[in-house]
Design a protein around this ligand. Structure first.
Ligand code: SF4
Ligand SMILES: [Zn+2]
Length: 120
């Protein structure tokens, strides 16, 4: 469960504002748009990957205290598992394969059923 950047109390991950201090936690009042906030006297841009690669053109750069686009430069931009999916074994591995290859599984199932109908 995340904490409020102002009062450090635990808050619901879907909360639009902090129920303890009223701090705005999501942008535009929408629970799906995170609003990143700097703590105390720091600025988000100092830790942002878009400041480091000079690709940000937001007017609040480099002194952003809040930002919807912030991405911590110490974290990868893309989830690593997309390139190396987790290794599951047994039933979990089969379930993962089916969820990742649903279209292929349906085609294989249709071929098997067609063959069974032709044989019977
Ligand atoms: S995306 Fe936001 S936090 Fe990052 S450099 Fe731009 S203004 Fe700063
Ligand atoms: Zn708070």
């Amino acid at each position: 469960m995340p904490t409020c950047s102002r009062c450090n109390q635990l808050v619901d991950s879907q909360a639009v504002s902090c129920p303890h201090c009223g701090n705005e936690l999501k942008a535009f009042g929408h629970p799906g748009i995170p609003l990143y906030q700097a703590k105390d006297t720091t600025y988000l841009c100092d830790r942002c990957i878009y400041h480091e690669d000079d690709s940000c053109n937001y007017p609040q750069r480099p002194y952003a205290k809040t930002c919807t686009l912030f991405h911590d430069k110490s974290l990868p931009l893309v989830d690593e598992w997309q390139f190396s999916p987790p290794k599951y074994k047994g039933i979990k591995g089969i379930q993962f394969w089916f969820s990742a290859n649903r279209g292929l599984a349906i085609i294989i199932l249709i071929v098997i059923v067609s063959v069974l109908i032709a044989v019977i």
